[in-house]
Design a protein around this ligand. Structure first.
Ligand SMILES: [Zn+2]
Length: 399
């Protein structure tokens, strides 16, 4: 068994709201999930696990393995292997656990532009800095060069302090690294909670698509450009991960050419005897058994089931072709599967699923999903402090 822990850093691209009542919007005056004790908002690991599984399954064209149950449950399925499976009410454990994502760098306004507040404890826990300068209670220490003045406003709160140099590890963008303000944990909690996004929205009637009367509600959210960290732990007790190489072997064993472009088209007419690819798609968890005529009383029902089954086989063939031709999908260990899911969270978001323009987070320590065009994602556009100016409702009171 191999155990592997990796720290991942996330930056929010949208306000992120993970409600205490689940991860959908809809309740009036929603509050968000918080750390016990400190009351600082967090993103629960369960919410990340669910979203990441969902997106990773779709990248494999395995819709059935995306949800919370009725998975394919095959040992050769990278999704079920990584995140676990529930099939026929039997559960198989996965090999990955994802911790809550905790805030380490939180954006607030100051007279010197946006700054990111943090604490010595958080920098240490996040693996960013072991020996951070520690400010006295109610005081602050900020990055060299931020200001020569002896005080700074953090939102509406004026705090005295001084400058020092910080050397942060990790893949934190320079724009953030050079604009850090370290405060005590008590001050951090206070500033974070008075600078959350508070937004007003209306409930939409799903039948009419119109706003429900009197359904105005407010909700709070973690603002854009907040940086969080989480631990992803892989305990691979099975030590038999179905890598891309394994899939290639299975495909070859079923007498298909290496090159997916050379795969023959499957006949429209259902073959009387099992075609080799049927076994392969079963092993890979794309389809279940071929319908058994003996289990059907009615010949017509059987034929219907058979037709449906063959459509699935043909669809799976196209899906698998696309997966094997996609050079961005190269999976060597369960960790890669988590990354596949996180890469889509950058576009589709976590929390408030089904709500557009909400909850997008970018993994700062993951390879980009568009590896073939790395020049398009430069450090410059990783964080755009200008983005912050349109979050006008980031309001701590007096402003
Ligand atoms: Zn599966």
């Amino acid at each position: 068994m191999t155990t592997n822990v990796r720290k991942l850093y996330l930056i929010t691209l949208d306000p992120v709201h993970i409600g205490t009542g689940g991860y959908r919007l809809g309740r009036v005056d929603n509050t968000i999930v918080r750390e016990v004790g400190t009351r600082v908002p967090k993103i629960p690991g369960t919410a990340i696990h669910g979203a990441v599984r969902h997106y990773a399954a779709h990248r494999f064209g395995k819709t059935r393995c995306a949800g919370q149950r009725d998975h394919c449950g095959q040992d050769t399925c990278p999704i079920c292997y990584t995140f676990g499976a529930i099939k026929d009410n039997r559960a198989k454990a996965g090999v990955v656990s994802i911790s809550d994502a905790r805030i380490v760098l939180f954006p607030v306004y100051s007279m010197f532009g946006p700054v990111w507040i943090t604490t010595p404890e958080r920098l240490k826990d996040a693996g960013l800095m072991d020996d951070s300068p520690t400010p006295e209670d109610d005081k602050a220490i900020w990055s060299n060069g931020l200001t020569t003045k002896e005080s700074i406003n953090l939102g509406w709160l004026m705090v005295e302090g001084k400058a020092e140099s910080f050397n942060l590890n990790g893949n934190i963008p320079d724009q953030v690294k050079n604009r850090i303000v370290v405060v005590s944990e008590a001050l951090f909690t206070h500033i974070v909670n008075s600078n959350l996004e508070v937004r007003t929205s209306v409930s939409i009637n799903p039948e009419t698509g119109a706003a429900e009367e009197g359904a105005l509600f407010t909700y709070e959210a973690i603002p854009r450009t907040t940086i969080l960290w989480m631990d992803v732990v892989v305990r691979d007790f099975k030590d038999n991960f179905p890598s891309r190489e394994n899939w290639e072997k299975i495909i070859q064993e079923n007498e298909l050419p290496d090159n997916p472009d050379e795969w023959e088209n499957l006949p429209d007419k259902i073959p009387e005897h099992e075609h080799p690819v049927e076994k392969m798609f079963r092993i890979l968890g794309y389809v279940d058994e071929r319908p058994n005529e003996k289990k059907y009383e009615d010949r017509e029902d059987f034929e219907k089931a058979m037709k449906k089954y063959w459509e699935e086989i043909k669809k799976s063939s196209e899906v698998l072709k696309a997966v094997m031709k996609n050079n961005n999908l190269n999976w060597e260990d369960p960790f890669d599967i988590v990354i596949f899911g996180l890469q889509w969270a950058e576009h589709l978001g976590i929390g408030g699923m089904g709500t557009r323009g909400f909850g997008r987070v970018r993994c700062l320590s993951c390879p980009s999903s568009s590896q073939e065009t790395p020049s398009e994602t430069t450090q410059e556009d990783q964080v755009a402090p200008a983005q912050m100016s349109d979050s006008t409702s980031n309001d701590g009171g007096e402003g």
